[in-house]
Design a protein around this ligand. Structure first.
Ligand SMILES: [Zn+2]
Length: 88
């Protein structure tokens, strides 16, 4: 049994789960889903380790150029739905 972690915000119980982060690059919303995180059961605060945050940042940086050129070739997406969701 892993020891119980408490949320520093509300003292709720923190359990392993997943969260999502959103970024905005060049006017396009990028949502990264399924990020491993510890989630407070009470206030839903997500705690992401530094290592995971670093990996996600790297992923988003690498994708930003590709997403830009994708948006240019898909003008209908560019106009209506400037949002890209990525599940990891
Ligand atoms: Zn909490």
């Amino acid at each position: 049994m892993p020891k119980t972690r408490k949320c520093p915000e509300c003292k709720g119980i923190v359990k392993e789960g997943q969260t999502q982060l959103s970024y905005e690059l060049e006017g396009i919303n990028i949502i990264v889903k399924n990020i491993p995180a510890n989630i407070c059961e009470k206030c839903r605060q997500a705690f992401i380790t530094g290592h995971v945050a670093e990996e996600v940042n790297r992923l988003v940086n690498r994708l930003s150029e590709d997403i830009n050129s994708f948006a240019k070739t898909q003008p209908q997406i560019g106009k209506r739905q400037r949002e890209v969701a990525i599940a990891i």
